[in-house]
Design a protein around this ligand. Structure first.
Ligand code: 5CU
Length: 393
């Protein structure tokens, strides 16, 4: 019996549209884009310098032209739509849900953020509507002007879901800083309520990591981006979500849906410890916060949280499925992603136009954790995103 090939959907895939790159190129503080002379190339790629952990290398390179070049090359993979479509074809991806990459609009002055968010979201809509074809489709998670007054953010959310204006928008991408005090800030509740009311899931993504001191004095010069990306990012996501949980955000906004980047950071592994710390905390017990009606972290994970499948190994992926309810129920809460254009092939041999090892690792993890061609694997590779994000033909 023939059946149609199941769709592959990438829900974690970023772009920087031209207006965002020109903002970064005009800046002298991180995040910024800057071109450094290169002894090996007459026309070097500009460098994208985003992370606090990259500051020492940036300062060194500005003082000493022979120092290693900081950041990562701003290749066409970050900015070009044809390159995104080529990446999709190379990896058998039918549908991508694009999002602006970190640090979004977090650094903009309040007076500018609203108008820039509008322009950037319009730019994503244009990319999606102009490039979608029968074979490949694009949707996007929009960006919110979080440094603006709450009314501006609320009117942006209303605009995202108003019929006809941004038909390819399927949610918002959010960092962990919220309005400046994190995602447990009560001032965010009206925004979470509005997102829930408009059926716009939040794709939660890290950027700030942990304070650089945690990585030690050798990290900047010797360990590249490993500590901030492999450990700082996932811890940041974990802490942000647990702060929301402890503040009661999920009970206050039961319609809120969160999709956590990098399979929830360390949440699947640490949920048991978080639960135990709640149950054994004298203060929380005294304040009645551990009463029988309390929903556990596990329950919130199984009802209001989805995880992407960007974890690069079946060990992490199995933990993510188990923490999400296990078996079929757990597999229904995971969604495949690539993190393109980050983690490209590197070095002389690395062919950025060919197959990416980072993508292969994530595809392999799904097959190994859930069984090649199993229904569960097909759900994670695309079926769940189609259902949850309403990506119908
Ligand atoms: O390589 C990096 O710095 C990053 C980043 O900034 N954001 C992301 O999503 N992945 C990798």
């Amino acid at each position: 019996e023939s059946r149609t090939k199941p769709k592959v959907v990438d829900i974690h895939t970023h772009m920087y549209p031209p207006e965002y790159i020109s903002i970064l190129s005009s800046r002298t503080e991180i995040p910024l884009v800057r071109t450094f002379p290169s002894p090996s190339s007459p026309d070097p790629d500009p460098r994208l310098i985003l992370l606090e952990a990259e500051l020492p290398a940036l300062e060194k390179a500005l003082q000493d032209p022979s120092a290693p070049i900081p950041g990562r090359p701003l290749t066409k993979h970050f900015t070009s739509l044809p390159q995104k479509m080529h990446f999709m074809s190379t990896h058998g991806i039918d549908i991508s849900v694009l999002s602006l990459a970190n640090p979004w609009l977090d650094f903009l002055p309040a007076s500018e953020a609203g108008a820039i968010a509008e322009r950037i979201n319009a730019s994503f809509e244009e990319m999606c509507s102009s490039s979608s074809s029968k074979e490949q489709k694009l949707y996007f998670f929009a960006t919110l002007p979080l440094t603006s007054p709450t009314e501006t953010i609320l009117s942006c959310i209303a605009h995202l879901s108003s019929s006809g204006s941004l038909p390819h928008c399927r949610g918002v991408i959010l960092g962990t800083s919220g309005l400046g005090s994190g995602l447990d800030d009560p001032a965010l509740l009206p925004i979470f309520h509005a997102l829930a009311a408009h059926n716009l899931p939040v794709f939660l993504h890290p950027h700030y990591g942990l304070p650089s001191a945690v990585y030690g004095p050798r990290a900047g010069e010797e360990y590249g981006h490993v500590l901030p990306l492999a450990l700082g990012f996932p811890m940041e996501t974990t802490i942000a979500l647990v702060r929301m949980y402890l503040a009661g955000v999920f009970d206050a906004v039961p319609g809120l849906r969160m999709i956590l980047a990098h399979s929830g950071g360390t949440l699947p592994f640490l949920a048991g410890r978080i639960e135990s710390c709640v149950l054994h905390d004298e203060r929380l017990v005294k304040e009645g916060k551990t009463a029988a009606r309390r929903r556990s972290v596990w329950e919130v994970l199984r009802s209001q949280v989805y995880l992407d499948a960007v974890v690069y190994s079946e060990v992490g992926l199995k933990a993510a499925v188990d923490a999400s309810g296990g078996g079929r129920e757990g597999a229904e809460r995971l969604m495949f992603g690539t993190d393109h254009p980050f983690f490209p092939p590197v070095g002389e041999e690395g062919d950025r136009d060919g197959e990416w090892e980072s993508v292969r690792l994530n595809v392999e993890a799904v097959k190994r954790a859930l069984g090649e061609q199993s229904e569960e694997a097909e759900l994670v590779m695309g079926g769940n995103a189609m259902r949850v994000l309403r990506l119908f033909d």
